[in-house]
Design a protein around this ligand. Structure first.
Ligand SMILES: *Cc1c(COP(=O)(O)O)cnc(C)c1O
Length: 412
């Protein structure tokens, strides 16, 4: 065989997709080709480097690598060629200087906060958060002497008051999960910066297809790649995007020494997911818009929450800040938890599952699953009632989804 893989431990050949021409590519091209680096085998598809380590020709090479005198792959806890392709593609899509991938969305959230906070610091966060994010901000960080303040995300006066003091970090999710609150990113970024804080945005529900928080002043963007980026229910993953100084000086040492590394296999799946992200998200949104309108006219539904509907409290802000309203439709059924459960149990096509952004339509009852850890009072404040269900609209034919919803509502 004439071809042998290159021996420097780095895939060779392709121009760095970050520098040079990839920067000029349009979004769809970046999604498909961004970050691709071919090995000397010239494979079409991104190579899967399922390896924990990398070998050296001589002990001196290893010494130089560990001293940071040469740039090369050392160990897959630090970096890996397949993971690096995923990170670079994410950067190109988000328009960020640098990115690091993590094993899950929660690892991304935790690392993005923990790498920069210390005892005596202060974090201000929106109250409507994904359950595990709420745990980190409200319970975990205070254990380490970090002051944690929560505000109603849609109320700028509460942000203004909370950020009248010096603060290290501001954390928020918009749209929020599951009540789909929309937060004014530009306004909160300005208040955060005036207080000396960095703004960290969990952009999972919007995806980079619908909202780029850095355009509104966010400093750090985090993703659960488990959701729309994989989008096919196969793997967990996460990503953190920010400026190169933050990534290299604050985040990288934290990741390197604590080890929430993304598996190369999962990075490979996520690269394939990114190739179709734009197509899938557009279809998810079209389906969700139709389902939101359909549910609004159904009997037995008390309230439909979807920022694409004119009756959503932040409809205008959502239209200004997001390209489309997303794949999640939350709604309350008449008759509280009892009827909500009967409705879920009567569904034949839509699966009961807490994941979202999947090709398959998935439905969950947040009060008893993702947000069951919260107190009754906190749930009531957030609008997570026993009657609330969250539907992640999949890629099936929307008529089949509607028929399933209709028959289950009738059965309930
Ligand atoms: C799912 C989710 C997470 C956590 O992601 P995992 O990949 O499940 O760890 C964080 N934030 C939001 C908004 C999510 O929906």
């Amino acid at each position: 065989m004439a071809d042998t893989p290159s021996t420097d431990g780095k895939a060779d050949g392709e121009k760095s997709a970050k520098g040079g021409e990839a920067q000029a590519w349009r979004l769809r091209t970046r999604l498909v080709r961004g970050g691709l680096k071919r090995s000397s085998f010239r494979e079409t598809c991104e190579g899967l480097f399922l390896t924990s380590g990398f070998v050296y020709e001589a002990a001196e090479q290893a010494e130089a690598a560990f001293k940071g005198e040469t740039e090369r792959f050392i160990y897959s806890r630090f970096s890996n060629p397949t993971v690096a392709m995923f990170e670079e593609r994410m950067c190109l899509i988000e328009g960020a200087e640098a990115a690091r991938a993590t094993a899950s969305g929660m690892a991304a959230v935790f690392a993005s906060l923990m790498c920069q906070l210390k005892a005596g610091d202060r974090i201000v966060s929106s109250r409507a958060l994904f359950g595990s994010c709420q745990y980190i901000v409200a319970e975990l960080l205070p254990r380490y002497g970090i002051e944690s303040v929560m505000v109603d995300g849609t109320d700028l006066d509460q942000w203004r008051e909370a950020l009248s003091e010096k603060t290290t970090c501001v954390f928020l999710e918009s749209p929020s999960n599951p009540t789909l609150e929309i937060i004014d990113l530009a306004a909160v970024a300005e208040l955060a910066h005036a207080a000396g804080a960095r703004l960290v945005v969990d952009n999972v529900l919007a995806t980079p297809m619908l909202q780029l928080p850095m355009e509104y002043g966010a400093d750090i963007v985090v993703y659960s790649a488990t959701k729309h980026i994989d989008g096919q229910g196969r793997s967990l993953g996460g990503a953190i995007l920010a400026d190169a100084t933050f990534i290299e000086e604050e985040l990288q040492p934290f990741l390197r020494h604590t080890g929430p590394a993304l598996s190369p296999f999962n990075a490979w799946l996520l690269l394939k997911g990114l190739e179709t992200l734009e197509l899938r998200v557009a279809r998810h949104c079209a389906g969700a818009g139709e389902i939101a309108a359909f549910l609004s006219g159904e009997r037995g539904i008390r309230r439909v929450i979807y920022s694409g509907l004119p009756n959503h409290p932040q409809h205008a802000l959502a239209k200004a800040q997001m390209k489309d309203a997303g794949s999640i439709v939350s709604f309350e059924v008449d008759g509280g938890k009892k009827r909500a459960f009967r409705f879920l149990n009567a569904l034949k096509l839509i699966d009961i599952s807490n994941n979202l952004g999947d090709a398959k339509s998935l439905i969950t009852h947040p009060a008893t699953t993702t947000h069951q850890r919260l107190s009754e009072e906190e749930r009531a404040h957030l609008g997570i009632t026993g009657a609330l269900v969250r539907l992640s609209v999949g890629l099936e034919d929307v008529e089949d989804i509607k028929e399933d919803l209709a028959q289950a509502l009738a059965a309930a």
